[in-house]
Design a protein around this ligand. Sequence first.
Ligand code: PBG
Length: 332
Amino acid sequence: MTTPVYPAARLRRPRTTAWSRAMHRETVLTPADLIWPLFVTDGAGVEEPIGSLPGVSRWSVDLIAARAREAVALGIPCLALFPNTQPDRRDPVGTEALNPDNLMCRAIRAIRDACGDSIGVLTDVALDPYTSHGQDGLIDDAGYVLNDATVEVLVGQSLNQAAAGADIIAPSDMMDGRIGVIRQALEGAGHANVQIMSYAAKYASAFYGPFRDAVGSSGLLKGDKKTYQMDPANSEEALREVAMDLAEGADSVMVKPGLPYLDIVRAVKDRFEVPVFAYQVSGEYAMIEAAVAVGAGERDALVLETLLAFKRAGCSGVLTYHAAHAARLLNG
Ligand code: PBG
């Protein structure tokens, strides 16, 4: 490539007018790039605002179906579901995750009834919304999260969700080897077309706080998740995680959190040339809303710029709590 020399080259020249900027734009964001995470709670007609996530609520199953219809109308292709399990249904081994009538399964069926196949349902596989200790898996006496014993439960959880009609199983637990056994179990149970989106590079992040409030695990969790989620200092390790999950049968991979980890998105995309998704997590959402609340930024512009950045970095799509708002903006 020859180095452009001024004044023959003036990089401002194509930026002069809106039509020219549009013509030279390298990346576009559309509602089809968005996955909308929704929190499910018990009851009927219930909307519970989440204090640390202003503008985001937990919805009862009947109202989740209404959100799904809204998403379809906005052109959002997929929902991601997270349950707020009642405390009396939580135990040390996350038994409620295997209940075919748990909140998650009821929400999946309600969305299917309301929208048929016109929207995808992505379900979270991990035990933290169901355990009495708030960890993503089974723990030993010392509180260490056990890998292989946890994976066995995650397989049951995945089959339970697939039987209820989940389209994409999304393990967010970071146990080793779970993608392979979940894939095998799905094939064995006749769910050959149920996808797996692996949370492959999920970091032990300080940005998950509001989410833990939303699913009701923040008060239960003692300690941290550093023995299974990744060290934010590492990127080579992210590539190894992705390689293993792809080899085990993941259809797509996720990087999480989002904006602080766009270098990881780009590295994964360049290395593997597979669909990469990112999760603009709860703390990132809260940061934008906090900036808006003090007048430090303008919501619409912050939302669209950050989401576009994910696309530029190589993402096929983004999980974001701003999905409906962003889709409305994009639809004009
Ligand atoms: C847990 C899970 C977490 C998130 C998604 N799945 C939190 C955690 O790992 O503690 C975080 C999402 C967010 O912060 O928006 N399996």
